[in-house]
Design a protein around this ligand. Structure first.
Ligand code: BGC
Length: 800
């Protein structure tokens, strides 16, 4: 990896699925995996996939004798196909030629994927092929690629085939392949004009339409060439074959520009009309590319983190920002999309939206707050569904689903396949009610970063009130404990979904869930004090929240039960945790490495992970990730617990030795909680999190989609954790503790309508407020608060 590029200098077929995921190009509207133009999906090496933000479809499959309905992020028609053959020969395929040279480069600065190969075919003909591709950040409907073919030792006629292929299925994840995979039905495919073809499809159940139009032209010596063309269209496939005469050492350019419109778009009449109307307007590849790279440059200016002293971390962090912005970007605003946990890069988790936003939004809040606002609106629009879910389950308020897709109903699967044992297992992870706390937390964090009073008043407050109301009705007063408790839930650690030997799912009093419930309720009480009284009254009326309800909130926020292990200061992950068996870590680590999916391993050995003190990921630790020790102390004191914050390192050590890091989110949290007490170990954890996707540490999961929570989480570790950035009492505090390995750091943030430039070195920090809005901001360092006005520039010494 270089500063701005990932480079592959050899062709390794087994690595191709991972490279395809990592070389995905997208623009926050749609994304396409980095598959070769000439390749077809073969379920082993090549898997071209194109995914649209919010482009879901439902289908019924038979699983273990039962009919189950799943909602999938659809693999849309492949717009890539471009290939060639010599007259009478086979279509080009990398597998059928001898490679003399292979070079592939992902240029993250401009958002371009390049390939430069030199090959010899069975007839001894040598050809150089240079290809470039981009998905436009400037115009979300545009994608384009160009092939430059140079005959090195031959001349003659070739045929170039350009196509739009709607025969694709959702087959990217091996363990889902026994489920229904066909989501598209054809509507139309044909030639449009001399140079253009089109395809129109729609999803079978959700009836989302997508039109693709492709214009292919041949260029030699900088001039467009007239060539003979033949088009052929089938049901959901259309191609054009171009006859080209080539001369030795004379490069031939083939440019394919594609326009994509869907029925989910705004400002359109009908997708096909728009695609065809606009395909006539395009200039050429270079013109479109220039607009897209300029858009990328503008985005990088706002979103980059410059780590001049650590090249490796620098390039991987850029890769993370790059993929985050390809999944959600200003192009996503207004499209009613959320952030799929695995990006628009593959089909894992069916493109569903989980709590991973908790790890993603903090970075976006301080860079593209408008985008976070739009992503929060995805939740707001699904409030009615969440209210209904709460009602159905016997609660009040709003209960958001653990996995969300199109309309906000629960999309978690009810059974999942353990690929290790081949068995279908009941899946009770949907009981992760803590997703609700994450949504409220995200609203409040957004408000803290932006002070967007209109959003809080008209949308955010309603979300927080409804979620607080949910927590206050799922919490039941236990006479025995003299406290409120929350029963039958699952915490972030998905290994524990029930008590060993129990016949019903769920655990009681997951500490993280209970504390978060209190935090949400306390936040709701604060919102009542923050927004206009008349608006509070309106919302209380709208949400049917009475003064008695608010009184109950007060009571719960002082009397929630939190389990501890025995008489110690160690917070128990859930009630009854201490009765579980210790897990033989050494033996399993030796066999399976550090990042293990113990649930699958043990199930295949006919054992139950629920029986052990073994976590998949950070659970109790989440509390130390989200809250400072002062905030935790305040929460526990309000609850009447005598929690000693000095015991936090003991809590960290206790769970660190009992976690298998079976989720890429886990190392983020561990790195974060160690940052202040053990910088070295924090950095080691950071480096593992950093390499999660680049090295596919979970052994085969990245090819099915990147892990956006871990990607954004690593960036946020640099942005907030190591800089000590915290918004408290309307002051933006800094307390940098840069690990030595990090050296120095430059970046910009957007804070409450101001752009701030930050230069942080080991001993010094420089803060510059861009010239802009005149309202001042309060910035805190070393316990002192400074007022910054527009254009101000201040230097601070860092005490070590
Ligand atoms: C993790 C969840 C996460 C999900 C999607 C799971 O493996 O346990 O915490 O939300 O992946 O990334």
């Amino acid at each position: 990896m270089l500063d701005w590029e990932i480079i592959y200098e050899d062709w390794v077929p087994e690595e191709q699925p991972l490279r395809e995921a990592l070389c995905t190009l997208g623009n926050g509207y749609f994304a396409t995996r980095g598959a070769f133009e000439e390749a077809e999906a073969d379920e082993k090496v090549h898997y071209p996939g194109t995914y649209l933000g919010g482009g879901y479809n439902r289908a019924i499959s038979e699983v273990a004798g039962k009919q189950v309905e799943n909602e999938d992020l659809v693999n849309w028609p492949n717009w890539l196909p471009l290939t060639f053959r010599h007259a009478g020969g086979n279509w080009f395929s990398l597998e059928k030629v001898e490679l003399v040279k292979f070079y592939q480069e992902l240029d993250m600065q401009e958002g371009v994927l390049r390939r430069d190969i030199h090959f010899r075919d069975v007839e001894g003909r040598e050809t150089r092929l240079v290809s470039r591709r981009f998905v436009s950040m400037a115009n979300p409907h545009v994608a384009a690629q160009v092939w430059e073919l140079t005959p090195l030792n031959w001349s003659g006629e070739i045929e170039v085939r350009t196509a739009l292929d709607g025969r694709v299925t959702n087959s990217g994840v091996a363990r889902y392949r026994s489920l229904e995979r066909e989501h598209l039905e054809p509507i139309g495919a044909d030639q449009y004009d001399e140079e253009s073809i089109y395809l129109l499809v729609q999803t079978k159940q959700s009836k989302v339409r997508m039109a693709q139009a492709a214009r292919t032209v041949v260029v030699a010596d900088g001039k467009k060439q007239e060539v003979e063309r033949h088009s052929r269209a089938e049901n959901n496939y259309v191609e054009q074959v171009l006859k080209i005469t080539c001369s030795q050492n004379q490069p031939i350019g083939v440019e394919k520009v594609v326009l994509i419109y869907t029925s989910r778009d705004f400002a359109i009449s009908e997708p096909l009309q728009e695609a065809l109307r606009n395909i006539e307007r395009i200039v050429n590849f270079e013109h479109l590319l220039s607009a897209s790279s300029r858009a990328w440059k503008r985005m990088w200016k706002r979103c980059d983190l410059e780590l001049t002293c650590n090249k490796e971390a620098q390039s991987v962090l850029r890769l993370h920002v790059f993929h985050l912005l390809q999944t959600v970007s200003p192009n996503s605003i207004g499209r009613d999309v959320g952030v799929p946990a695995r990006g628009l890069h593959g089909e894992a988790y069916r493109g569903h939206i989980f709590w991973d936003e908790l790890f993603i939004f903090p970075y976006l809040n301080l860079r593209l707050p408008d985008l976070t606002r739009a992503l929060l609106m995805y939740r707001y629009r699904r409030l009615p569904e969440a209210r209904y879910a709460a009602l159905e389950a016997g609660y009040r308020g709003a209960m958001f689903p653990w996995q969300s897709g199109s309309n906000g109903r629960e999309e978690s699967q009810i059974v999942h396949l353990n690929p290790k044992s081949g068995r279908w297992i009941p899946d009770n992870t949907f009981l992760q009610r803590h997703i609700n706390a994450a949504i409220a937390y995200n609203v409040w964090q957004y408000y803290q970063a932006t002070h967007d009073k209109e959003f809080l008043t008209f949308y955010g407050a309603e979300l927080i009130f409804e979620i607080a109301q949910f927590w206050s009705t799922i919490a039941i007063f236990s006479q025995e404990k003299g406290r409120y408790e929350i029963r039958n839930v699952v915490g972030p650690d998905e290994y524990h979904t029930e008590y060993p030997g129990s016949t019903s799912p769920g655990l009681n009093n997951n500490a993280y869930t209970n504390v978060m419930a209190v935090w949400v309720i306390q936040c709701a009480l604060q919102v009542i004090e923050t927004i206009d009284q008349s608006r509070t009254e309106e919302l209380m009326n709208k949400c049917s929240i009475s003064t008695d309800d608010v009184e109950r909130w007060q009571h719960i926020s002082q009397r929630m039960y939190v389990p501890f292990i025995g008489e110690s200061d160690i917070i128990a992950q859930f009630e009854g945790y201490e009765a579980l068996q210790e897990f033989p870590w050494e033996a399993y680590k030796e066999k399976y490495g550090e990042a293990m999916r113990l649930d699958r391993i043990l199930e295949s050995e006919n054992k139950d992970v629920n029986a052990y003190k073994a976590s998949k990921q950070a659970d109790v630790m989440m509390l130390f990730y989200l809250f400072s020790s002062e905030e935790l102390l305040q929460l526990f004191t309000r609850l009447g617990y005598n929690f000693n914050t000095e015991s936090i390192p003991d809590n960290v050590a206790y769970y660190e030795s009992r976690t298998s890091h079976g989720s890429t989110l886990s190392k983020i949290v561990h790195s974060w909680v160690l940052a202040r007490t053990d910088r070295k170990r924090s950095w080691v954890n950071f480096e593992i999190a950093l390499m999660s996707d680049v090295e596919d540490v979970q052994g085969g999961t990245t090819p099915e989609g990147i892990h956006l929570g871990a990607m954004a989480g690593t960036v946020d570790l640099i942005q907030r954790c190591y800089t000590g950035l915290e918004i408290r009492d309307d002051v933006l505090w800094f307390n940098p503790v840069l690990p030595e390995e990090l050296g120095c750091l430059n970046f910009q943030i957007r804070y409450r309508s101001h752009w701030l430039s930050l230069q942080i070195m080991q001993e010094k920090m420089i803060i510059t407020l861009d010239r802009g809005w005149t309202k001042d901001v309060q910035i805190g360092m070393d316990g002192k608060v400074y007022t910054f006005n527009t254009g101000d520039h201040k230097e601070f010494n860092i005490k070590r």
